[in-house]
Design a protein around this ligand. Structure first.
Ligand SMILES: N=CN[C@@H](CCC(=O)O)C(=O)O
Ligand SMILES: [Zn+2]
Length: 411
């Protein structure tokens, strides 16, 4: 079955086959066709071009997109959308003056979510998480990475990863699962880090690998969480099971963690609110994608990733939500793109590149997602009639999406 979109006001992010990411000054360019057509065959993009070249097709469903902008769906390469309950009380505690660190030191934060998760059944976690997944799909997300990391026990981590597996099986959206057992030290291991790392490496990882539950491995490399040396052990152990690292690093402090991640061929380094000149140097000429999470900076009032400085140094940059109950209870990529423009001074072109093709790279799916390219998945955002794509970040907070197509189907 073919679908033909005609009269598309702007068809954005059109790319040749084989482009997997966009770096540095190239991020300022977002290739597009004004007044375009686009052909979808089953679940794949099969053709596109200017309206004057529009083919005459028979037995085709025609959609007139006059006034509407069409772009690839967002790729959200960093989320924690599988969790139990919420942390609304901590939100209010922060408004009343407590810091994220103070809340964590009182047993709140990640350990609070871990307690809730371990007390909740797998079915209930699935029910709570699928609501969030369905919500972000309606907001234009067509691929999502989901981490474990609120189990912090063998059973808890397996439970989370099994929920992610069920979401993968039951939804058309591309999902990658990341094992984040090294998210925090449980209370009983506070004074015995080696024993918890041993549990991760010798008990969790073999079980996860035997059930094929994870695609990537992560750790929270941060002062007060996992040290550089501890994170290296986790990355090396994951590699033995074929899990590439995607690491939380430089959220609050810069402790040479990025260097360790690059040396261990991490696919991405995520957060990067605090970035030194040395960090930028080690990222140059590496295959590691830096990932910024501006909704987290917004929600807990920490610095924004220095996007301009990084792009000026020739680096690529991806944008993701970090959707989680503590630092970012929002999975809205439209807000991420707008906030990147408003607060990080990324241009709309840079932000859209970061939220599509570079996001796809950061979750290892740029062969199939992240751009309007012949042969890629038919994953599309069709906007309401708008002035131009500039309106997407400009009218932040307004829902400008008319329809979302994932794998050739409107959802
Ligand atoms: N920083 C580490 N992990 C999550 C937040 C975890 C939490 O507070 O629940 C993040 O990416 O922000
Ligand atoms: Zn995160």
């Amino acid at each position: 079955m073919q679908t033909l979109f005609i009269n598309i006001k702007e068809l954005l992010q059109i790319r040749e086959t084989g482009i997997d990411k966009i770096s540095g000054s190239d991020m300022a360019t977002l290739p597009k066709i004004d007044n375009a057509y686009l052909v979808i065959e089953n679940n794949i993009i099969s053709d596109f071009g200017p309206m004057e070249n529009c083919p005459k097709l028979s037995d085709v469903k025609i959609i007139d997109a006059t006034g509407q902008v069409v772009l690839p769906t967002w790729v959200d390469s960093h989320t924690h959308i599988v969790y139990a309950g919420n942390r609304i009380q901590e939100f209010v505690d922060r408004i009343n003056g407590l810091s994220y660190e103070e809340i964590a030191n009182r047993g709140g934060g990640i350990l609070n979510s871990a307690k809730k998760l371990n007390e909740t059944s797998e079915d209930e976690i699935y029910e709570q998480s699928k609501i969030r997944l369905e919500e972000v799909m309606q907001q234009g997300t067509g691929a999502v990475e989901i981490k474990s990391g609120y189990g912090l026990s063998v059973d808890g981590e397996l439970k989370m990863l099994r929920v992610i597996k069920r979401l993968k099986e039951n939804y058309p959206i591309a999902i990658k699962a990341t094992f984040l057992g090294a998210h925090a030290f449980p209370m009983e291991y506070k004074e015995n880090h080696a024993a918890y790392i041993d549990l991760i490496i010798n008990e969790m990882l073999p079980k996860i690998a035997s059930e094929n539950l994870a695609d990537y491995i992560d750790a929270f490399l941060e002062t007060g969480y996992f040290s550089v040396e501890e994170t290296i052990k986790i990355m090396e152990a994951g590699r033995k099971y074929g899990l590439e690292p995607k690491i939380h690093v430089n959220q609050f402090t810069a402790i040479d963690g990025i260097k360790a991640c690059v040396e261990n061929s991490a696919l991405s380094v995520d957060h990067l609110e605090i970035v030194t000149d040395e960090d930028i140097e080690v990222l140059k000429n590496s295959k590691t994608m830096p990932v910024a999470l501006p909704s987290c900076s917004y929600f807990i009032s920490i610095p924004y990733t220095p996007a301009r400085k990084m792009m000026n140094a020739g680096l690529p940059l991806a944008l993701a939500t970090d959707y989680n109950p503590g630092t970012t209870p929002s999975g809205n990529m439209n807000f991420v793109v707008a906030t990147a423009c408003i607060k990080m001074k990324m241009t709309p072109e840079e932000a859209i590149n970061a939220a599509t093709i570079n996001g796809a790279y950061a979750m290892g799916i740029s062969k199939t997602h992240g751009s309007i390219t012949k042969g890629k998945k038919a994953n599309l955002i069709i906007t309401k009639p708008i002035m131009s794509y500039y309106q997407l970040p400009y009218a932040f907070g307004t829902n400008l999406i008319d329809k979302v197509m994932i794998e050739g189907q409107f959802i």
